[in-house]
Design a protein around this ligand. Sequence first.
Ligand code: PLP
Length: 384
Amino acid sequence: MKLAERISCVSASLTLAMDAKTKDLAAKGVDVCNFTVGEPDFETPPHIREAAKQALDAGRTRYGPSAGEPKLRDAIAGKLRRDNGLGYKRENIVVCNGGKQALFNCLQIIAGPGDEVIIPAPYWLSYPEMVKLAGATPVIINTTPLSRFKLSPEQLEAAITPRTRAIMLNSPSNPTGMVYSREELEELARVIVKHDLLVISDEIYEKLVYTGSHTSIASLGGAIFERTVVCNGFSKAYAMTGWRIGYLAGPKTLIDAVTSLQSHSTSNVCTFAQYGAIAALEGDQSFLDRMRDAFAKRLELMHALVNGIPKLSCHRSEGAFYLFVDISKTGMDSMQFSQKLLDDHHVSAAPGIAFGDDTHVRFSYATSEAAIIKGMERVKKFVQ
Ligand code: PLP
């Protein structure tokens, strides 16, 4: 069958392929330690589930506004004010089917053929594909462990051309777990404003920070606020990956355009699910601390175990739930490492090549301490 040109440039997800292989082995009864997971191993808190059930019973089962339920948009505006010091109104917010669709829609609106979008590497693997699907060109800037995988203002300045439209920032980062400080964001913001670019700020892991604190680049105010589109969602903070609810906050013109796009593609996010999201933002927040504290303990454990394995090393991540482990001393590339580790020792981890770095492998610690201990023992045997 002849497929459209636009799909031919998109690569299939390596992590999904790894995940499929992992599940296949597990289905055959093999005891696999799975560190490829990109979702919390917690259940959505009961009061959120209850609110969605009540909405279902109350008949919230019909089409809703494309931009999202007004009550949810107001609750998101309240959250952005409270948590991030951002002055958005309802009209500045659109609810999408997960942060993923929010980013996809945003790129469809702001970039097209002839435009360049800057992506610091290592990056979340969907960014370059989303840019390509918008018809634009991803411009990758490599960062290294020496700079703790952070982009410098000089690197950013050097990558900008007359075609540059936007930069994608992700803090806390998937896959590196690094968090940009307020000062670092101020330096990047100066360059972004000087060149009149947009910044798409993916803050999906903001509630999972273990060192320092999360700053939204939009909160630096003035000119950078006007040039920022904040992307966030419920998947990682409230363990709601299957609910598919995320959002964008930004200038009204852009939000209106995303709403229009959405009205012709997905119409609206599942109506009763949005009532669960309202409860997430307005209800008891103690779950956030409980989950973050559990991840913080696992981070300490996994970080110590990895660094105790000869030939492997990693920075202590500051946020999200990933360790980005340097495997360069093993003599293998990231695909060989991950595949052999899974085939021979039944441990699955995501090859760094999927994130634009072939010298690292990503291990998720969104799994039990027992699995971390058992899995790292196997990794040690493998590397030895
Ligand atoms: N951004 C990053 C960096 C992610 O890692 C993910 C999910 O893994 C997303 C966005 C999208 O999350 P969701 O679509 O579940 O809201």
